[in-house]
Design a protein around this ligand. Structure first.
Ligand SMILES: NC(=O)c1ccc[n+]([C@@H]2O[C@H](COP(=O)([O-])OP(=O)(O)OC[C@H]3O[C@@H](n4cnc5c(N)ncnc54)[C@H](O)[C@@H]3O)[C@@H](O)[C@H]2O)c1
Ligand SMILES: [Zn+2]
Length: 354
């Protein structure tokens, strides 16, 4: 399926969406808009008042954050869809951050063997990453994204103005997904990020980076939609990042996905220096960037064993090895680097002292 991408600041994004929904493919479609409490309050009124085709929609509300990404919540949504007689022409509109698009995409993927969904990301992570590429998932026992499908959205509609109500914590979270993208594709953009100390809290500067991130992810997913090869580069920072995220959720002290990825990037840059000869200056520059974030978590020796436990269940593992993406240089990722447990412990301990 060809996903239609619409990126416009301001309500032009919604008039473009109206045009898409006026097409023949959407004749007789019913729309179910999935929100959490925050997007219900901050984003739904804006969307509905500017998209005439969605004015008759039905609304589905789920808990905020990872609490929504469970099979129980998915089951409740399937039952609601059935009770509402939603048929195969129905479309789920995911209005929210990555948790909403992961959950809503998952529900759409399985309902009646797959119905369409449209992502309208409202968080920075959603706009630069989660809404693109068709990965959908729920968690099991705090282990992230264990059950899911790759099912492409019919459209992705990005209006960066939604970010105006996003909390600072969630802006910082999305910021690290942008850093990941720049490390993968653009040396000069990464350097300018380092030089511009305001960029981590300047929402206008951040908004300008959204199209670059969307184009890069789109170009990778187009070549390898099912992650057989090159798409795996997008997991940079996530082998460690997901395990660190699961660790903090499990300890009842959840940190944002992006902050966990920021920590994961630190571990993986450290290993890139050790194993692939990445220049030490890049690791140092990245450490300098992290010092701008006072809320950055610290890990103790005891934590490393628990994180290792989560890393052993990573979907990317093969033949008992923990597999990871590392960098030879900015813009030169290498996939499927096998790590043994000593290397993982070494990285976790070393970075906690940096
Ligand atoms: N499928 C993928 O390719 C992919 C990629 C990256 C991340 N993810 C997943 O995305 C999730 C993280 O994404 P996230 O941080 O967007 O999560 P999220 O959906 O929990 O959103 C973060 C917070 O921002 C709030 N929010 C969203 N938009 C808002 C707005 N405009 N105004 C005010 N508040 C708003 C939400 O209610 C929530 O509290 C993780 O579960 C991660 O695994 C998926
Ligand atoms: Zn991520």
């Amino acid at each position: 399926m060809n996903t239609k991408y619409i990126i416009h600041s301001s309500n032009r994004a919604f008039s473009s969406l109206d045009k898409v929904l006026s097409g023949k493919a959407y004749n007789d479609a019913r729309y179910f808009i999935l929100c959490d409490e925050n997007t219900y309050n901050h984003c739904l009124p804006i969307l509905i008042s500017h998209t005439s085709r969605l004015q008759e929609s039905e609304f589905l509300e789920v808990p905020v954050g990872e609490e929504a990404k469970t099979i129980d919540v998915a089951m409740q949504l399937w039952k609601t869809l059935l009770d509402s007689n939603a048929d195969r022409k129905s479309v789920i509109i995911n209005l929210g951050g990555g948790c909403i698009s992961d959950l809503g995409g998952f529900v759409a993927s399985a309902y009646k063997r797959g119905i369409r969904y449209i992502n309208i990301p409202t968080s920075l992570i959603g706009m630069v990453d989660a809404s693109i590429g068709g990965k959908t998932a729920v968690n099991i026992d705090n282990i992230k994204n264990q059950i899911g499908y790759i099912h492409q959205p019919s459209a992705v509609v990005i209006n960066p103005d939604f970010l105006n109500t996003l909390s600072e914590k969630d802006v910082v979270s999305g910021y690290f997904e942008i850093v990941k993208t720049l490390l993968l594709c653009d040396k000069s953009a990464f350097q300018s990020l380092l030089e511009n100390s305001d960029v981590s809290d300047d929402i206008q500067a951040i908004k300008k980076m959204i199209p670059l991130c969307v184009d890069f992810k789109k170009s990778v997913v187009d070549v390898d939609p099912t992650e057989l090869s090159i798409r795996r580069i997008l997991n940079l920072g996530h082998t460690f990042g997901h395990a660190i995220e699961s660790f903090f959720i499990d300890n009842g002290d959840a940190i944002s996905h992006g902050l966990a990825v920021g920590y994961g990037l630190l571990c993986e840059l450290y290993l890139s220096v050790k194993k692939l000869g990445l220049s030490d200056s890049i690791l140092k520059e990245y450490c300098g960037l992290l010092r701008r974030f006072s809320a950055f978590p610290r890990l103790s020796l005891r934590d490393t064993e628990q994180i290792l436990k989560f890393m052993r269940s990573d979907k990317k593992n093969a033949d008992g090895n923990i597999l990871c993406v590392l960098l030879q240089d900015i813009g030169e990722p290498v996939i499927d680097i096998a790590l043994d447990e000593l290397e993982v412990r070494d990285a976790l301990l070393a970075v906690s002292k940096l």
